[in-house]
Design a protein around this ligand. Structure first.
Ligand code: GLN
Length: 550
């Protein structure tokens, strides 16, 4: 298509507007027209990356193939545009300042006074050019995090304002996403907050080309015209983005509203008609589940779906392909204090997932949840920490290592079946120092894992400091645990499973990051498939699955 076109997405009125979904949806619509798309997220906070931020505040940390710890919006981008992203796709203010200060210390600025303009803004623009050169997309969509009017967002907005002049008006398009609230008392949708938000943006020097209006009620013709008139946006470029119960339907709704057409018009481009057939077929599947599964998510951020965003999405994706809707049953593992309470909390669930995590809060409860799944033949998937606690559970209750634990929770324990990885031992910094990103994993033939993947080598993304302690592999193997995936040199255990169980599989990596709505991850698919099969069998025979001895 030639040189890269840039589409900037800003947000106004309130945070959590779903700008990321708008950016990701637009990406899908352009990709459906045959274009190569990448999406970059600018995060105006001072953390160098979100890797050290609490999921309570910031939701999950999304990990890329190349080991960057990034904002969860990158997960949406990957799922919508079906393209693996890199560390170039997430830029924080912290990273920009860190690099500018490093340059200043090296003397790169040759005695100049280092300032927000031009030094910080230039660094931001460099990041756009770096992504352009290394990823060479037809379209680079750039989402600026935060809300227009935030002090910390100003350098980013100034940088993109300048960028339009640097690369030319015909190569850039500005989209502003706002909220058009509905006032119940007067029964009207209100356009004033959007007008103010665009005014703020204009006072910084940016006139949006397209307005995307998040709304719970359809916008009338009059409201659209009013918005256009008072924000100086063409009436046809006022795009309604109505709340959708199905996330993956948003691109289809925005296509009908003409979002991509407006973008192409502003950029003076003609592309082929979009091919959304497979996406539409996936959305149809979402709408017609034949069964419903209750899947327990046994973690510590109960009810906080953003903290487990990719896990929940991956479960749903697997559900789509197996004709099942997935209902998450949140289990706070601090409440699973013994076999009885665990049984009470987990009875009636169709499957159990123990996700990743850090620290020892709720650990014993996680171990109890694993035991319940293992001894009651409940399909189970353990992710990262979920694999580590599964090994501890098996060691304690089957391999008779009764004091088995992880060095993470019991640094002085005498049966550390999970231990700190060798190369983690002398690290002082917490940020960006885990075993991160994609590594190969070899699968053992004739195992559930090999069958699910249908291949013998896979690449999966990691984020951990601890690993299964190789000193215990023999004892655990003799006790019946199967290590069905390992690093190529067999020094790191990557997947475990149990043979005589409908589906008991756990992995040291995070398969959830690679799941796509129209291409679910094999391990999630394996879990859901086994769960649906077991449910059908139980319904046919009218009996609950028998418990096996502990
Ligand atoms: N806390 C564990 C470790 O560092 C697991 C990490 C995770 O679940 N992502 O190894």
């Amino acid at each position: 298509m030639g040189s890269t076109k840039y589409i900037f997405v800003t947000g106004g009125v309130v945070s959590s507007l779903g700008k990321g979904i708008v950016a990701a949806s637009l990406g899908r619509l352009l990709r459906a027209r045959g274009a190569k798309v990448s999406i970059q997220k600018f995060d105006p906070y001072i953390n160098v990356d979100p890797g050290t931020m609490s999921p309570f505040q910031h939701g999950e940390v999304f990990v890329t193939d190349d080991g960057a710890e990034t904002d969860l919006d990158l997960g949406h981008y990957e799922r919508f545009i079906d393209t693996n992203l890199t560390r170039l796709n997430n830029v924080t203010a912290g990273r920009i300042y860190q690099d500018v200060i490093a340059k200043e210390r090296r003397g790169d600025y040759l005695g100049a006074t280092v300032q927000t303009i031009p030094h910080i803004t230039d660094e931001i623009k460099n990041r756009i050019m770096e992504a352009t050169h290394q990823l060479s997309p037809d379209f680079l969509i750039i989402e600026v995090g935060g809300t227009v009017g935030d002090i910390e967002g100003l350098p980013f907005l100034e940088a993109i304002r300048q960028f339009r002049y640097d690369v030319g008006f015909k190569n850039t398009c500005f989209i502003h996403v706002t909220l058009v609230p509905y006032l119940k008392a007067s029964g009207e949708v209100k356009t004033k907050p959007s007008q103010h938000s665009v005014n703020t943006l204009r006072s910084i020097g940016i006139q949006p080309d397209i307005l995307v209006c998040r709304t719970e009620r359809p916008l009338g013709k009059g409201e659209r015209l009013k918005l256009a008139q008072f924000t100086n946006v063409a009436p046809e470029a006022v795009i309604e983005s109505i709340d959708m119960p199905i996330l993956y339907e948003v691109p289809l709704v925005l296509e009908k509203e003409g979002l991509a057409t407006q973008v192409l018009e502003r950029l003076n481009l003609t592309l082929p008609e979009p091919n959304l057939t497979s996406w539409e077929a996936m959305v149809q599947q979402v709408k017609q589940p034949v069964t419903n599964l209750k899947i327990a998510l046994a973690g510590k951020y109960t009810g906080l779906s953003d903290a487990y965003l990719s896990v929940i999405e991956a479960l749903k994706h697997a559900g789509y392909s197996e004709g099942a809707s997935v209902e998450i049953r949140w289990i706070n593992t601090e409440d699973c204090v013994d076999d009885e309470t665990s049984a009470a909390l987990l009875s009636g669930v169709d499957a159990i997932v123990v996700p990743g995590g850090f620290g020892n809060r709720g650990i014993e409860g996680k171990i109890n949840a694993v035991k319940y799944a293992r001894t009651h033949n409940i399909p189970f998937l353990g992710l990262c920490l979920g694999m580590q606690v599964s090994v501890i559970e098996y060691a304690r209750n089957v391999a008779q290592l009764t004091r088995a634990s992880s060095a993470e929770f019991e640094p002085k324990g005498d049966q550390p079946v999970v231990a700190l990885m060798e190369d983690q031992k002398n690290l002082a910094d917490k940020g960006g120092t885990m075993r991160l990103g994609q590594y190969p994993c070899h699968l053992l033939k004739n195992t559930k894992a090999a069958e699910a993947y249908g291949t013998d080598v896979v690449m999966e993304r990691h984020r951990h400091r601890y690993e299964i302690n190789n000193e215990y592999i023999d004892i655990l193997t003799q006790a019946g645990l199967i290590f069905s995936g390992t690093s190529p040199d067999r020094s790191l255990m990557e997947i475990i499973e149990l043979p005589n169980h409908p589906w008991f599989v756990a992995c040291q990596f995070h398969p959830e990051f690679k799941s796509r709505p129209d291409n679910p991850h094999p391990l999630f698919k394996g879990l859901v498939k086994a769960t649906v099969a077991l449910k059908q069998k139980t319904q046919a025979t009218g009996s609950a699955s028998p418990a096996v001895s502990p």
